[in-house]
Ligand binder design. Structure first.
Ligand code: ATP
Ligand code: MG
Length: 695
């Protein structure tokens, strides 16, 4: 059967572990009689008090629920789905899928035939349940002291007004709307307003250039673009409207003219008088939206009607336009949010991601609001006015669940503990990480310093494509291992396959695939179903291929090792970039590292490491040697970097991920083949690195 193969056996043996055995954070635990030497294999147990109050409080309970989710997926998910409002129930089946390209077109459907509305479930349902007075959003502006808030009832009113306005200007079911807004409350409001009337939103991160925005507008041909005149991010003012103007001009040249640009006047950044304006096309939000009724009937849509379109981060190349539908996404984001963060109605939840990324869709907006949670939306930059800002916000709103990315953890760690310890952080109860593998040393800092060795960390592995968490700890159930995303979420059946696509069992490493569909899965790449099949379903027929490398240890824990394209083969040893980077970052003077493979005459591939140092530390020959030594000691001589390249800054996507494909080109001096750099946060880093190549 499905469950006796692969990791469930491990899950079963893990169940024999002493759960809740106290706060052991630096002790090497003994598992199944086998002492684990490496520090990476430390087990960190949730405290007994935490486990006792948790939604899932033991490995056995997880195992029982997981088993049912795999053996009886239809029953498992329809029980959960019944907690939501459906105008009509699904029929005839809970789900239908073909993910095997050899059997024909790939097709995934959940709750097909049912009608519902995700905005209704997130807002009206909570208001009708008597929670209209509960705070839905605490908004924190760029400047300390600048803030706002909305209750569920107030949020519903604002959403309805915008929905009515959009309907008034002719936006209807199935029409696309592009949203290019910073983290104002108006961003989730705009998303929900689209969802309410069945329009398909395409949020574009408001840090993207005019060119990237134009590309996305050309792709979905929206009736309306929603933006604001300007925003302040840290000490800088960014004129968003001017970027939109230039994107719209370019689009018109390519035959796509957008007739309406709804512009929110963000007074704290810029006065309306100073804003460039195109009469006839541009409309001030504040002039029109408040005139509309605060009541707006819901458009009931099929569970399989599209909800939104969103592009991947572009870490590996040209971004892919991922399409998500309504019903399955709703059920999946709500359920993953609830369990992975052990959510309770009294929690105050803050996710630092921008709504321009999938994390902001699933875990700023939809997942939390579907649970009736109170969320914090932060407009500013996490180190403005100084590196203590996050903890200032945590104390101000009594944040209990804090979800962020390794890139932020590493940068705050580099700035020093004093910025953290200055604040109380007593309200914190669960921490979370997403976006890249989190290095064990960064994990420990996050756990020990930020969470005072008290808060479990949910290291959530997932993708724009997956809609929600796929591999993530249930914080009260599992002892954690720093750097491992632990075990699969309910209904997710991960497998590790070799180059030929054969499943490998037990302790192993290879390519991470998923064996069956889950409700939150994307349904296609917008306008390109063929690329959808080629990219994700053809590499290993019969599976969804994630593009990520992964290993499973002797206890069944999953460790993401980076993208498969990034795996380096040194004299026949397959080495994941994440492992080498972790070893480098464990050196106290190394703040960040990015490792790529380069051609090597003898070894096939050699290891080339870019390193960023802790603030104020000079790069020296001695440090170079010590960094190499750190890798030799922790992994082995075969993984020792052949070259260390000092990098004051690394090329990152705008979501903060390291773009290794550019580093590969720099390392192998193929400077005319840098490829698409439009999703880089700071393109000048590239020239700086090239200039430092020969040091
Ligand atoms: P593109 O697909 O355009 O190259 P991307 O893969 O960076 O961009 P996302 O969908 O935002 O776009 O990111 C998903 C990827 O991020 C995963 O495939 C994985 O490589 C990485 N990732 C996310 N969370 C984790 C995590 N907790 N641990 C390890 N890796 C993670
Ligand atoms: Mg990807």
């Amino acid at each position: 059967s499905l469950v006796t193969s692969g990791h469930l056996r491990h899950v079963e043996s893990m169940a024999q572990l002493p759960s809740g055995a106290g706060k052991i954070s630096h002790l090497n635990a003994v598992i199944l009689g086998e002492a684990l030497a490496s520090e990476e294999n430390d087990l960190v147990f949730p405290s007994p008090e935490f486990s006792a109050q948790a939604l899932v409080s033991s490995p056995e309970q997880y195992q029982q629920m997981y088993r049912r989710s795999i053996e009886e997926p239809a029953d498992f998910w329809s029980d959960i789905a019944s907690q939501f409002f459906w105008k009509e129930k699904w029929h005839p089946e809970v789900y239908a899928e073909n993910i095997d390209v050899r059997k024909g077109t790939v097709k995934i459907e959940w709750f097909k035939g049912a009608t519902t509305n995700i905005c209704y479930n997130a807002l009206d349902r909570n208001v009708e349940a008597g929670n209209g007075g509960k705070i839905a959003i605490y908004w924190e502006g760029n400047e300390p002291g600048q803030d706002g808030q909305l209750t569920y009832a107030e949020l519903l009113d604002k959403v309805c007004q915008l929905s009515n306005y959009l309907k008034h200007v002719g936006v209807g079911k199935g029409d696309a709307v592009v949203i290019y807004l910073p983290m104002l409350m108006e961003l989730p409001i705009a998303m929900l307003a689209c969802a309410r009337i069945g329009a398909v939103h395409s949020v574009v991160f408001a840090g993207f250039s005019a060119e990237s925005l134009a590309q996305r507008i050309l792709d979905c041909k929206p009736k309306v673009v929603i933006t604001c005149n300007a925003v302040r991010r840290g000490p800088k003012t960014i004129h968003l409207k001017e970027i939109v103007d230039s994107a719209l001009t370019d689009c018109a040249k390519d035959g796509v003219s957008v007739g309406l640009c709804l512009t929110y006047e963000n007074q704290s950044a810029m006065e309306r008088e100073a804003t460039k304006w195109q009469e006839g096309r541009d409309v001030w939000w504040q002039d029109v939206v408040p005139k509309f009724s605060t009541k707006c009937l819901v458009e009931w849509v099929d569970a399989e009607d599209p909800l939104f379109l969103l592009y991947t981060s572009g870490s590996t190349g040209k971004p892919k336009g991922v399409l998500h539908t309504t019903g399955g996404y709703m059920v999946y984001t709500a359920t993953t949010f609830k369990y992975a963060f052990d959510y309770k109605p009294s929690d105050i939840y803050w996710c630092t991601a921008d709504c321009g990324w999938i994390t902001g869709h699933s875990y700023v907006t939809y997942g939390p609001l579907l649970n009736g949670a109170t969320i914090v939306v932060f407009e500013g930059a996490p180190s403005y006015p100084d590196s203590g800002r996050c903890w200032d916000i945590v104390d101000k709103y009594k944040v209990s669940i804090f979800y962020t990315a390794p890139t932020l953890v590493r940068s705050l760690m580099r700035d020093g503990d004093e910025y953290v310890t200055r604040y109380s952080r007593k309200s914190l109860r669960v921490l979370g990480s997403v976006g890249e593998p989190i290095n064990p040393s960064a994990w420990r800092w996050f756990f020990n310093v930020v969470g005072d060795s008290r808060c479990p960390i949910s290291d959530t592995w997932w993708q724009t494509e997956t809609g929600g968490f796929m591999i993530a700890p249930l914080p009260g159930a599992w002892p954690q291992k720093p750097g491992s995303a632990t075990f699969p979420f309910f209904g997710v059946l991960p497998v590790i396959v070799d180059e030929k696509g054969n499943e490998i069992e037990g302790e192993c490493s290879g390519y991470l695939c998923i064996k069956k569909s889950w409700p939150g899965a994307f349904r296609t790449l917008y306008g390109d179903h063929e690329r959808f099949e080629t990219t994700y379903f053809k590499p290993f027929p019969g599976y969804y291929f994630t593009g990520d490398g992964c290993s499973r240890d002797q206890d069944g824990y999953y460790w993401l090792t980076g993208r498969v394209d990034d795996v380096i083969n040194v004299s026949g040893h397959r080495i994941g970039t994440a492992e080498v980077e972790s070893a480098l970052v464990s050196h106290p003077q190394c703040a960040e590292a990015a490792v790529v493979g380069v051609e090597h005459e003898v070894k096939g591939q050699g290891i080339y490491a870019f390193v960023t140092l802790v603030e104020g530390v000079p790069y020296s020959e001695e440090l170079r040697k010590n960094l190499i030594l750190a890798v030799r000691n922790q992994i082995g001589a075969f993984a020792a970097p052949d070259k260390i390249h000092w990098a004051p800054g690394l090329p990152k996507t705008r979501s903060g991920k390291i773009m290794r494909r550019i580093l590969r080109k720099i390392a192998s001096r193929q400077l005319d083949e840098l490829g698409d750099t439009s999703t880089l946060a700071d393109p000048s880093v590239v020239d700086q690195l090239i200039a430092l190549s020969d040091r």
